[in-house]
Design a protein around this ligand. Structure first.
Ligand SMILES: C[S@@+](CC[C@H](N)C(=O)[O-])C[C@H]1O[C@@H](n2cnc3c(N)ncnc32)[C@H](O)[C@@H]1O
Length: 283
């Protein structure tokens, strides 16, 4: 779910001239510009690394392998038919496509043209063609009450400077009674380096330090940004948007699952959570 690995060819870091890591405040516009450039540059590598894990027509919530087909976080699968669903940060859109195969009427939204090009390619290859929209999650280009459901599997929320705006926007485009389910890195992961091995078991920074993780080029321009919120911050963002939090799911690492996926691994998964899934509702 994170795109920090490189495959064959120049990596996103090389393409963007990433020169250093800086820890400093980054605003909304600067974050969005960095994310768009990063995900455009990293799209090919991301799909090479994770294409098999996420699939083409499949709804996998997180590296723990939890599938919507089993978890039913969006409700009873029998009720998905006809539902208007927004996926925020859809990437190559496997989840959006899976929703379409359940009879839903989904739209995939993403900031990155590079990721959406893969979505377009996989639409054509699978024949499961879903509508795609290029936009930032902090300003959704939809009318109030457009959707019955909204979802996000590590799309957008960890990368925006003002996640409270995403919560407000999703609340706005949902109809009353609509559900919003989003998965993000579990906030406690912030304390550790993104290392799936033993080095990723040692606390290296404060859980309470909200200073973003920023990579910059030689001119100091951000090339990659990740923002941290504590669990309490995330809940406050949800509640302040007028949403109700129905559940907070912390998927456990399944016994026997050997996958190493970015910073997620059996070693770390056996000890502490890697993913937090917020199940919210517009009253
Ligand atoms: C880790 S990928 C997850 C994609 C997909 N859900 C998956 O599981 O493969 C994060 C996605 O969020 C998108 N994204 C990042 N910032 C965004 C923003 N501000 N608005 C919309 N999408 C954003 C990226 O372009 C990328 O496709």
């Amino acid at each position: 779910m994170d795109g920090r690995e490189s495959a064959v060819g120049p990596s996103a870091e090389q393409l963007l001239g990433t020169a250093a890591v800086a820890r400093r405040p980054v605003g909304s516009g600067e974050s969005q510009r960095a994310s768009r450039a990063w995900w455009d540059a990293d799209a090919d590598d991301y799909l090479t690394e994770h294409g098999a894990d996420i699939g083409d027509v499949d709804f996998v919530w997180c590296p723990e392998g939890l599938r919507e087909a089993d978890a039913h976080l969006l409700g009873d699968p029998a009720d998905l038919a006809g539902r208007r669903v927004l996926e925020v940060g859809c990437g190559s859109a496997p989840c959006t496509r899976w929703l379409a195969t359940q009879g839903a009427r989904p739209v995939g939204l993403d900031l990155s043209g590079g990721m959406l090009r893969h979505a377009d390619r996989i639409n054509a290859a699978t024949g499961v063609v879903v509508p795609l929209v290029q936009a930032g999650a902090e300003r959704l280009p939809f009318a109030d009450g457009t959707f019955d459901l909204a979802c996000s599997a590590f799309g957008a929320v960890p990368f925006v400077a003002e996640p409270e705006r995403v919560m407000r926007e999703v609340a706005r485009v949902l109809r009353p009674g609509g559900r919003w389910v989003f998965a993000v890195n579990h906030p406690m992961r912030w304390m550790f380096s993104d290392d799936p091995g033993p080095d990723g078991l040692t606390v290296t920074q404060s859980y309470f330090d909200r200073t973003p993780y920023v990579e910059i080029d030689a001119a100091g321009v951000p090339t990659y940004v990740e923002h941290h919120r504590t669990l309490g911050d995330r809940i406050r963002d949800v509640v302040a948007a007028g949403l109700v939090l129905d559940d907070l799911v912390e998927p456990e690492w399944p016994e026997g699952r050997e996958t190493v996926w970015g910073q997620w691994s059996p070693l770390r998964g056996a000890l502490f959570p890697g993913t937090a899934i917020f199940v919210c509702r517009r009253p």
